[in-house]
Design a protein around this ligand. Structure first.
Ligand code: TXA
Ligand code: MG
Length: 323
């Protein structure tokens, strides 16, 4: 695959049925046009992702929601108006536009409008090229199934350079600002349900909809599998006291991930020292990738509190620790 910074080149490659890794404010996605089953099949093959795990369809704006959904509850309109473009994905009852090859044969579809400028420009260019204002691009996170999501173009290249073809592209839009995947909200029922924690919090959803979100759902989400987002190094959850008291045998191969007020035990490798929960989310995946690049055997991760993006960081670290 080749690097580019040109959203028009990305749109042309997508129009022609190719794959393009696209930047979003959450993580990079591996995109194909959502109305092309063959292009979408290549995403599954490249990721090694089981075919029954549905993809998120990225659209240019909330108007396209009406085209992709068969039914949209009032609260979902409110969420779209308030948080799109942004780090939020809505799962709604699907229209005929959403084929089985996108939805894993479920009767719902996941939709998102990203706020990343290059993603927006790519979609606008693709709309011009296809003459379809509601055209979507299917894009899961651009990592191999179960692995750590990418937050830079280099992360995508590291993982896919040998897997994708020379004509596929990586659209370089710099580091993803949020750093963890979008909040996923199931909007197929009378109340919204949180499927995956992200930058839009439970409190945000409640404030905007006036409804207390449910926490469980019958729909499937692979990001909700117990083991996911995992580096090769073993991830061990701890707290500041546990970290200070730990006495591993080979300290030089132990990484530490914690807020900056937590000191690094002598000899261990500090992977990141974020000073806020937002910053923790921003550096999380790069730190886990660094652990593997440094061939560390384990990462001791001190969980933040659950305010703001803290809940998403806790969620991802728990799943990374579960493998
Ligand atoms: O931030 C993000 O959401 C990134 C960027 C690239 O947009 N995308 C992302 O995609 O994280 P992915 O495929 O790695 O995770 C999407 C999650 C999966 O857990 C999938 O199972 C779930 O969304 N999902 C997709 N369609 C669904 C549906 N119809 N019902 C329930 N869950 C769905
Ligand atoms: Mg993913």
């Amino acid at each position: 695959m080749k690097l580019t910074t040109d959203p028009r080149a990305a749109a042309v490659r997508l129009r022609d049925g190719g794959l393009v890794a696209v930047p979003t404010e959450t993580v990079y996605g591996l995109a194909a046009r959502a109305d092309d089953p063959h292009a979408v099949a290549r995403i599954y093959a490249a990721k090694g992702r089981p075919a029954d795990h549905p993809l998120i369809v990225h659209v240019a704006n909330a108007i396209a929601l009406d085209e992709w959904a068969a039914f949209i509850p009032e609260y979902a309109h409110r969420l779209a108006t308030e948080f799109w473009p942004g780090a939020m994905t809505l799962v709604v009852k699907r229209s005929d536009r959403a084929g089985d090859y996108i939805t894993g044969s479920q009767d719902s579809v996941a939709l998102r409008v990203s706020s990343h400028a290059l993603m927006d420009e790519t979609l606008r260019a693709l709309i011009m090229l296809t003459d379809d204002p509601a055209i979507g691009i299917a894009a899961p996170s651009a990592n191999r199934f179960g692995k750590v999501s990418p937050t830079s173009a280099q992360h995508v290249l590291d993982e896919f350079v040998d897997i994708l073809s020379d004509s596929d592209l990586v659209l370089d839009g710099g580091e993803s600002s949020v750093g963890v995947e979008s909040t996923i909200i199931d909007c197929t029922d009378e109340i919204p349900r949180l499927l995956r924690a992200g930058a839009i919090t439970i409190e945000d959803i409640e404030r905007v909809t006036g409804l207390r979100p449910g926490m469980t759902s019958s729909v499937r989400a692979s990001g909700t599998l117990e083991s996911h987002y995992a580096p090769s190094a073993e991830v061990v959850l701890t707290d500041a006291e546990g970290l200070a008291a730990s006495r591993p045998t080979d300290v030089a191969r132990i990484g530490v991930l914690a807020l900056s007020n937590v000191p690094t035990p002598l000899g261990m490798v500090r992977l990141a020292s974020p000073s806020t929960n937002d910053e923790y989310a921003h550096v999380l995946y790069a730190a886990l990738r660094d652990a593997d690049a440094l061939q560390l055997t384990s990462v001791l991760a001190v969980l933040p509190d659950d305010s703001g993006l803290g809940a998403a960081v806790i969620d991802r670290l728990r799943r990374a620790a579960h493998s």
